[in-house]
Design a protein around this ligand. Structure first.
Ligand code: BGP
Length: 459
């Protein structure tokens, strides 16, 4: 095949801390929002005390990454390993040590670390103390944490991602530690205030990073759900655009342009939400901008306008999601629409010309079992093949994509479905719930991806 990738293309794979590590109270680690959230779901093996025990298998896992031929690895640092309650002045040395060991091992293996500062895991201590991101004090606590990470790890880590998918947390408000029993308006009021604080906190960190660590790249990891109209009718097209702008592009517009877009403010007004701000905030956003985008891309969503809806109602009440009978869907309703990736990347390049893009997540989920030591996952292989092909075409179109990280390197806890919904290239046998000695097995997709990496081309 002649679908060759650029020489220095960063072929990676992705995970996040609470989803793989386990050891959620070891070596001084405090509990995070993710840990608290996982407890009621223990029956689905969504239990961060064990996860897939990467905390004790990291050496073996890096060995597997080497064998796979990874050029980079996207993972996250567990905030409450470093600041157990979030408000300490000095970091927890044992927490820093774990990541030093991991990063040293990666660098020795020539694997470029791409590090997320927080992936759904604010220290629960901050939620108890002042309500977490909802409170303005969270900005200073995040900036302090980010400063420490940059200082400790920036010589080895050049690619930083600040906050993972804040739009997801804002909609699933319990991921911010907001009480589920509150009425919807109160929860959204709190969540969008939290969203605002996350924007300010990241702007400060972008600026700090550019000023003090000019060799680093830093940006957000955004959930980009490319949104398509169910028909060519103008009202469906507008509905699709409005949803995509509000959910995905607002996050990127703020990170890249440093201004909160008017369409976003209008939606908050539709929800009767008022954000409290302080003088100088606009300047903070303006002065702190990302210099690349981490884009989590899985599928498209197809929407139609609800023409009976209140035109001044919230965007999610102005649309219906539509299932496309021509597309394949996972059991959890995520479609297989690879051309959507090329189309989405083109849109990003139109909106943010020349901004480098890392695809920080992209993957296919299945319920899977080990059969005689093997896992056959042909659907994941064709997902990878077709998405890599469309990404290659987007690069030919002129889009600056420099890295691709399938979700996930290894089986891990899915946010809603624990170990029942698997994404990994590596299978983890967790049939025995409390089993610490979780064995790893390479799936068929591991060998497929390995070939792509060896040849630096589509296979
Ligand atoms: C993204 C998150 C990941 C991951 C993935 C799959 O939203 O950044 O943490 O879990 O989606 O989602 P799920 O776990 O719900 O299948």
């Amino acid at each position: 095949t002649n679908e060759q990738f650029p020489d220095n293309f960063l072929w990676g794979a992705a995970t996040s801390a609470f989803q793989v590590e386990g050891g959620n109270q070891e070596d001084g680690k405090g509990l995070s929002v993710a840990d608290i959230r996982s407890y009621p779901k223990r029956h689905q093996q969504l239990d961060t005390t064990v996860s897939v025990d990467h905390y004790h298998h990291w050496r073996e896992d890096v060995q597997l990454m080497k064998e796979l031929g990874l050029k980079s690895y996207r993972f996250s640092i567990n905030w409450s390993r470093i600041f157990p309650n979030g408000d300490e002045v000095e970091p927890n040395q044992a927490g820093l040590r774990f990541y030093h060991h991991l990063i040293d091992e990666l660098v020795a293996a020539n694997i470029e670390p791409m590090v997320t500062m927080t992936h759904f895991d604010q220290p629960y201590g901050l939620v108890k103390k002042y309500g977490g991101w909802v409170d303005r004090r969270s900005i200073a606590d995040f900036v302090k944490y980010a400063k420490w990470l940059l200082k400790e790890f920036s010589p080895q880590v050049r690619y930083w991602l600040t906050i993972n998918e804040q739009a997801v947390m804002v909609l699933a408000t319990d991921m911010l530690g907001i009480d589920d029993h509150l009425d919807e308006h109160t929860r959204y009021q709190m969540a969008y205030q939290a969203n605002y604080h996350m924007w300010l906190a990241q702007a400060e960190v972008y600026k700090l990073c550019h000023d003090e660590y000019p060799n680093c790249m830093i940006g957000p990891a955004v959930s980009y759900i490319t949104t398509l109209p169910a028909s060519r009718k103008s009202y469906d097209m507008l509905a699709a655009k409005e949803l995509e702008d509000f959910y995905s592009f607002a996050q990127m517009d703020v990170a890249i342009h440093g201004v909160i877009p008017k369409y976003f403010e209008n939606e908050l007004a539709n929800l009767n939400i008022e954000i409290s701000t302080q003088p100088g905030d606009e300047q903070v956003l303006q002065e702190g901008r990302a210099n690349y985008l981490g884009v989590n891309w899985y599928c498209t969503t197809i929407v139609e306008a609800r023409r009976d809806a209140d035109p001044n109602g919230f965007i999610f009440r102005r649309i219906n999601r539509v299932i496309d009978p021509d597309l394949l869907y996972t059991e959890w309703g995520w479609n297989f629409d690879p051309v959507g990736l090329r189309y989405g990347l083109r849109q990003l390049n139109d909106r943010y010309p020349n901004i480098p893009i890392a695809i920080t997540e992209c993957g296919w989920s299945e319920r899977e079992e080990l059969i005689e030591g093997k896992v056959h996952d042909p659907q994941r292989i064709s997902y990878l093949h077709d998405h890599i092909h469309q990404m290659w075409l987007a690069i030919q179109d002129g889009v600056n994509v420099f890295s691709f990280n399938p979700w996930s390197f290894i089986d891990l806890l899915s946010n809603g479905d624990g170990m029942e919904k698997r994404y990994g290239l590596v299978f983890v046998d967790r049939t025995n719930f409390d089993e610490k000695n979780q064995k790893r097995y390479k799936k068929d997709s591991f060998y497929y991806y390995q070939k792509v990496l060896q040849t630096n081309s589509l296979q």
